[in-house]
Design a protein around this ligand. Structure first.
Ligand code: GLP
Length: 241
């Protein structure tokens, strides 16, 4: 895994946006795997700015998001569907028909996972998958486990993830306990993976990922076996290496 050190959050965001931007310029009909969470917001802001300047064109880009909470409607302001519109899609010239996010309102997990596996397959491969990092090393919503997941699955969120994500909800009880997520196998099939991380809170898990063994107990550790994985992290996130 290639590590690119950034000075701070802004620098990390610009570096990540540069890599995404290069991908879109090199291949205008790229399939971009996008991410939610607070970390990628700065990169999205930068991409929007470059789009407004006329430097980027998203008209042919297709996107696929790794995850969505189970049970949240699309108009719920905590759904990832809502997040992607608010933070990126509403501000660029992407065709919304070309954007894909798991449908959190499908009640039956088997049906939801099968449907999303088909969506991913129909895209014919992800060119660049952007990812944030859970404090416990989760990617998408693939939580620490005994095995690496292959396809889309219904994840049971850990207490630590529920706790971490509760900052966005009015009360911790409102945080969904389940989520649909692309599997680790599907993430590993992306041509390139770009992980972004910022702040001291991510430093312990980055140390584990970089210096520890590859294990499903730390899902992101598998990215060390990816042929083209990049970690862009700021000084604080890299401070324990
Ligand atoms: C959520 C998402 C992840 C994301 C993680 C990190 O749990 N399911 O995809 O990477 O949060 O979020 P943040 O960037 O806010 O630390």
């Amino acid at each position: 895994m290639k590590i690119i050190a950034a000075k701070d959050y802004n620098d990390m965001s610009r570096k990540a946006a540069n890599i995404i931007s290069a991908q879109v310029i090199l291949k205008p009909d790229s399939v971009l795997g996008l991410a939610t969470g607070s970390t990628p917001i700065g990169a999205y802001k930068q991409l929007i700015e470059w789009y407004e300047k006329g430097d980027l064109d998203f008209s042919q880009v297709r996107t696929v998001n790794p995850d969505e909470y189970k049970g949240l409607t699309r108009d719920n302001d905590q759904s990832y569907y809502y997040f992607m519109r608010q933070n990126l899609f509403n501000h660029i010239n992407i065709d919304l028909a070309n954007t894909n996010i798991p449908d959190g309102m499908i009640e039956d997990p088997q049906e939801a996972c099968k449907a999303y596996d088909e969506v991913i397959k129909s895209l014919g491969g992800i060119d660049l998958q952007l990812l944030g990092l859970g404090n416990n090393g989760h990617i998408g919503f693939n939580e620490p486990d005994e095995i690496f997941t292959q396809g889309t699955n219904c994840a049971v969120l850990t207490e630590s993830t529920i706790q971490a994500n509760s900052r966005f909800f009015a009360t911790i009880d409102e945080v969904p306990k389940l989520a649909y997520t692309m599997g680790i196998g599907q993430i590993m099939s992306a041509e390139r993976v770009l992980v972004v991380a910022s702040g001291r809170a991510k430093a312990p898990i980055i140390k584990e990922i970089v210096e520890g063994p590859v294990t499903p107990r730390v899902p992101a550790s598998i990215l060390k076996f990816h042929k083209n994985a990049i970690l862009v992290a700021d000084e604080e996130a890299l401070s324990l290496l």
